[in-house]
Design a protein around this ligand. Structure first.
Ligand SMILES: NCc1[nH]cc(CCC(=O)O)c1CC(=O)O
Length: 318
């Protein structure tokens, strides 16, 4: 290290949202840094920041709209020096960061699959005609309606615990959660059935944690390099190039996943209409180093398949 490491008197400040999952991710980041530099936990301070998305809990996310709903306040506090790094679920992150910030450190990716959650059923196909299912994700809603136009999809907001409570209360007969979140919270007792990615593609970057920093903070850059996972980066660079070329955000019905085997990368992607009336998918194979170009190229193919009006609704949603 060219500069002094953090100490209990001058801790490294880790910014995060306050949900149990966000805190688990911040703790994992702290533990990995503490281990890599042989530092006590007290050399790190976890700073909880409430974002616009956390404050507005009574309206569907797509109505509030706007990119960076869960990141704006955190990024402002990093630019002003209140925190040094921020820990994010990569699937919630816009593809562009504010001037002065970079987001290029990734922890090893968790299971990218979605899980089907139901106390009664083990798969989507088992749901009786017209069943009510809950999700706040436009992607999952669209993917469900493509398969099962008969389903009644209701809005399911709130953190993981809130959603499971709604299921218990009978508000819906099934819901969907990322396996990564359940695993990171150690919630193995939830009635869950993984959905293979060949059946339903996850959100771009699902299961990956990213750490954002100030561009000019060289001490932090050096520290983060020690916990960075290059294999996860290879996948995310391809997936996020695909997303960026579609001009999408977490709340647009876009799905995709890159799988790396040796020096080869396989990328699959899908775009959908929110009501499930239309979906287009495609794939690319190539060298890992061509990931970004494969992402952009696949996006172009799907934009062509969708036609000029396919993404129009996005502009009207805010
Ligand atoms: N948009 C919500 C969100 N953002 C990140 C995760 C956890 C999974 C992950 O790290 O990708 C979740 C919950 C979910 O989709 O079930």
């Amino acid at each position: 290290m060219t500069e002094a490491l953090p100490t209990p008197d001058a801790p490294l400040k880790i910014g995060t949202r306050g949900s149990p999952l966000a805190l688990a991710q911040a703790n994992e980041t702290r533990d990995r840094l503490a281990e890599a530099f042989n530092l006590p936990h007290e050399a790190f301070q976890i700073v909880v920041i409430k974002t616009t998305g956390d404050k507005i809990i009574d309206r569907p996310l797509k109505e509030i709209g706007g990119k960076g709903l869960f990141t704006r306040e955190i990024e402002a506090d990093m630019l002003s020096g209140k925190i040094d790094i921020a820990v994010h679920s990569m699937k919630d992150m816009p593809t562009l960061q504010p001037e002065g910030l970079v987001l290029d450190t990734y922890l090893p990716r968790e299971d990218p699959r979605d899980a089907f959650i139901s106390p009664e059923f083990t798969a989507i196909a088992e749901l009786p005609e017209g069943s009510t299912v809950g999700t706040s994700s436009l992607r999952r809603r669209a993917q469900l309606l493509v398969r099962r136009p008969d389903l009644n999809v209701v809005e399911f907001r709130g953190n993981l615990q809130t959603r499971l409570k709604k299921l218990d209360d009978g508000v819906a007969r099934a819901t969907f959660l990322a396996r990564a979140g359940l695993n990171r919270l150690g919630m193995s007792d939830v009635p869950q059935h993984p959905i293979e990615t060949s059946d339903m593609l996850p959100a771009i970057a699902q299961g990956a944690i990213g750490i954002e920093r100030r561009e000019d903070d060289m001490r932090v850059a050096e520290m983060l390099a020690a916990i960075h996972d290059p294999a996860t980066a290879d996948q995310l660079v391809a997936e996020r190039a695909f997303l960026a070329a579609l001009d999408g955000s977490c709340e647009t019905p876009i799905a995709g996943l890159a799988v790396v085997t040796g020096d080869r990368l396989h990328l699959r992607g899908e775009v959908l209409r929110p009501d499930g009336s239309e979906a287009h998918s495609g794939e690319r194979d190539g060298a890992v180093s061509d990931g970004p170009e494969m992402g952009r190229d696949l996006a172009r193919e799907l934009l062509d398949l969708g036609g000029p009006n396919f993404f129009d609704w996005i502009d009207n949603r805010v």
